[in-house]
Design a binder for this molecule. Sequence first.
Ligand code: FES
Length: 149
Amino acid sequence: MNRRNFIKNSCTACLSIAALPVVLNSCASLTNTTGKLVKDGLTLSTDDFKLNDKGSSAYRSFIIVRNEGLKYPVCVYRFSDKEYSALWMKCTHQGAELQASGDYLQCPAHGSEFNNKGEVTGGPAGNNLRTFPVTVNNNEIFIDLRKQS
Ligand code: FES
């Protein structure tokens, strides 16, 4: 290996190591929680959305609540400290479980897509997702499963 190749390979290795935290951080943006099933709904903490970087005030844009008491997961999107949406992750076409991908949900069965408010943006599904009212009290998020918002 000549000097030029050594320097080139060394720089490539250093850049790869420097990029690792960025890659790991983007992986941390996907998370699951069980939440807490209570009478009439689900609760979770606003802290569940915090990224765990020291001194950072960054938040995840969504989390997926998977609880054995629920037939489908609920995807909760965070828009601000007080504004969230809670979406039933059941496709309105034929009932497949949806997958969250950034600001939208996609159906693995036939490709329907829904935005982070649950509105259908791509067929074959023709109806919006079931959504639930969300209230925030101090650090507690309450998702009312009795109602549809
Ligand atoms: S079940 Fe989701 S698009 Fe068909």
